[in-house]
Design a protein around this ligand. Structure first.
Ligand code: DNO
Length: 350
């Protein structure tokens, strides 16, 4: 496994130099953040990110994310221009040494939570999804703003895009995804860049918008849309694992054995009785997932991709980007290192 860590660029309160100090750190996971979805990333911006990463002693091999323009998800005729740009971004990133691109196909909103700083009994705070609160939320007020969301929407443009989705069924979304993949995977193969779709978070429809990258049946269907090793997964334990119906250990083992997990996002979640969930410390005892068993399933099936600790809580008084502080993610990285090293030293067992 290659340990990696997400970094939001120079404006990130977490310095790249600090990331380097985490033992066994291999790669920075980053992106060009000042280009709107669908547009080209300049070679200069890519080269600057690479230089900055390498000067910090780390590898520049993973991008999260190259966002997919909404017109592609909606299957509008204007998608052609955005797909051509996407293809070109894959080529440019491949030339710069990037080997894995994470992206998602969630309509309008990326990961969604109802509260970003719920106090936990130990004095830390964390991101939570409370079912009841979600049902009361109105995304069209334009007042919501989560860190993963496209901040460029105005109230009016948000309403317009919601209206467009009113006519889009899950099957339409599948077809639009298939079309997109049929255009980009051949380019990814040529550029030697593994595409790794991120599951929907949470893995069910929200605000009446369809979501399809949610469960084993749909992951199987996704992988068959274009049956190439370059069409793979960012397997996110916290996203898929916030419903008990997804068996994380089984799925990690299965998709690793198929050679289709290129990027592993590891975090723990505590599933609550009403279907809500809280993000928790990475340690298994803090949440509902068995993290050593998940990593063992990856290890036993020969996982050699990128892995990163995912969202952390805010601890030790740290403030910053919700989910993306330094301290708790660094604890997560150390925990992953400990488990992985133990697996390596004790070898494969039945
Ligand atoms: C959440 C992240 C996601 C992910 C995108 C990929 O913290 O894992 O925002 O980056 O869904 O496009």
């Amino acid at each position: 496994m290659k340990l990696s860590f997400r970094w939001y660029g120079e404006s990130d309160p977490v310095k790249i130099e600090y990331i380097r100090q985490i033992p066994n750190m291999h790669s920075i996971v980053t992106a060009v953040y000042d280009v709107p979805p669908g547009e080209l990333w300049s070679r200069e911006s890519i080269a600057a990110l690479k230089k900055r990463t390498e000067e910090a002693g780390l590898h520049f091999e993973v991008i999260e994310s190259v966002p997919v323009h909404e017109d592609i998800k909606l299957g509008k005729p204007t998608r052609e221009r955005y797909i051509a740009n996407y293809q070109e971004n894959i080529r440019r990133l491949g030339e710069a040494g990037v080997r894995c691109i994470c992206y998602n196909f969630m309509p309008v909103f990326d990961w969604t939570r109802t509260k970003l700083d719920k106090p936990l009994p130990d004095g830390s705070n964390a991101l939570v999804y409370e079912k009841e609160d979600l049902e009361k939320m109105d995304p069209l007020t334009g007042e919501l703003n989560l860190p993963g969301w496209d901040a460029s929407y105005t109230k009016e443009s948000l309403r317009a895009v919601f209206d467009e989705y009113a006519g889009i069924t899950e099957e339409d979304l599948w077809e639009n995804l298939r079309y997109f993949l049929s255009k980009i995977i051949p380019v990814a193969e040529e550029a030697d860049v593994k595409m790794a779709i991120h599951p929907d978070d949470p893995p069910w429809p929200i605000f009446g918008l369809p979501r399809i990258i949610t469960c084993e049946e749909n992951l199987d269907r996704f992988l068959k849309l274009v049956d190439s090793p370059y069409n793979g997964l960012t397997f996110c334990t916290g996203s898929l694992g916030c419903t008990k119906t997804n068996d994380m250990v089984k799925l990690v083992g299965k998709y690793t054995a198929m050679g289709r997990i290129h990027f592993l996002h590891v975090r723990n979640v505590k599933i609550l009785p009403d279907g809500s969930f809280e993000e928790s410390g990475h340690y298994s005892g803090c949440g509902s997932l068995d993290i050593p068993a998940i990593l063992k399933a990856a290890y036993d099936n020969g996982f050699d991709g990128y892995i990163r600790p995912d969202h952390g809580r805010m601890i030790w008084g740290e403030t910053g980007k919700p989910g993306y502080g330094l301290f708790d993610r660094a604890l997560g990285a150390a925990y992953l290192n400990g488990i992985w090293e133990t697996l390596e030293k004790t070898g494969k067992e039945g």
